[in-house]
Unconditional design. Structure first.
Length: 338
């Protein structure tokens, strides 16, 4: 029986704390998007076989095969034939790895009429060790804040391998229907990932100013969350921008500035547009996001195109809704939310 699982991109607005002097580390903030998407099909098979549509990079197919082998072991099933129909751009700040892992897990589980335990299995798939935003986006969508991890469970060598649990969600809110997110994806080198990312994170943790935790927390609690609940997009956008910049200061030594090149130029241009109410760099970038409305979508998109031109780079620009539901798995023409 063939099943199809669909995950969506997420934006990562930043962390609450990166100082080893505080009781808890990380604590992510972010939002699920309707597009772009990852789509994985699975059917029972002997062993694991994996292929991809013509537009899917070989690297994504290889990753899906690795996740499928792990999923087959976790679920204790015979095997799966996997097809990656769509994949997110890799290592640009949209959460491609987590969405591919969870979509593969869900498709394999449903192919055997199993209900996957997304939160439990995500850690075993190596996802969500620092940030729980991607897992929460797949589970339920919306705007999410997670609680981070105890500092004593984390070392400079990385997360404690004996504790693969995913940070729990401490707050979730739906994004208003008429809000939109501008995505600007410059055609430049990928963001940090793998060993390079781990080394940079260790360096950031050793240097992080603990006082920044207080500033980020105050913005989140007194401005960002109340503005979202009041559907005040201007205050929300300004709060997100402020948190994003404070996070960028933590990473200045690792990426060369508050934003990695050419993100600073692009954000500077977006802030000049009256159609964009906040802007930032998602994760390590180079994905840039802006916050706008359905009414201002065309003007926001033009601002994104203009920003790429001013930065003298090619790239993609899109305006997409948030997603206030989780990933979807289709089986026997029935749609089930994970």
């Amino acid at each position: 029986m063939t099943t199809r699982a669909t995950g969506r991109a997420r934006l990562h607005f930043g962390f609450r704390n990166l100082s080893l002097e505080r009781d808890r580390l990380f604590g992510s903030l972010g939002v699920a998007l309707e597009r772009p998407r990852v789509v994985v099909e699975a059917e029972p098979a002997v062993g694991v076989q994996c292929s991809g549509a013509n537009s899917v990079p070989d690297e994504a197919v290889a990753s899906a095969a690795a996740y499928a082998r792990r999923a087959v072991s976790l679920l204790d099933v015979g095997g799966a034939r996997i097809t990656v129909d769509q994949a997110l751009p890799r290592h640009v700040g949209l959460g491609s790895g987590t969405q591919l892992a969870l979509s593969t897990l869900s498709a394999v589980a449903r192919a055997y009429d199993r209900t996957p335990n997304i939160r439990e299995h995500a850690g075993c798939l190596g996802r969500g060790r620092r940030s729980g935003i991607g897992i929460a986006a797949f589970e339920s969508g919306g705007f999410v804040i997670d609680g981070g991890v105890p500092t004593d469970a984390y070392t400079e060598d990385g997360p404690d391998d004996g504790n693969p649990s995913v940070p729990s969600v401490t707050l979730r809110r739906e994004i208003p229907d008429d809000w939109r997110f501008l995505l600007v994806l410059p055609d430049v080198s990928p963001g940090k990932n793998g060993d390079d990312e781990e080394e940079s994170m260790r360096a950031v943790l050793r240097r992080a100013d603990p006082a920044a935790d207080d500033r980020v927390g105050a913005i989140v609690e007194r401005r960002m969350v109340p503005a979202l609940e009041a559907e005040d997009i201007e205050t929300f956008g300004a709060a997100v921008t402020a948190v994003d910049r404070l996070n960028g200061r933590w990473y200045t030594d690792e990426q060369g500035d508050v934003y990695r090149p050419p993100v600073g130029e692009i954000i500077g241009e977006l802030t000049e547009s009256g159609a964009v109410f906040g802007a930032g760099q998602s994760s390590w970038g180079p994905a840039v996001y802006g916050i706008t409305t359905a009414e201002n979508a065309a003007a926001a998109r033009n601002a994104g195109l203009r920003a790429l031109s001013r930065a003298d780079t090619d790239g993609d620009v899109m305006v997409v809704p948030a997603r206030n539901r989780g990933g979807i798995t289709t089986r026997n023409n029935l749609i089930k939310k994970n």
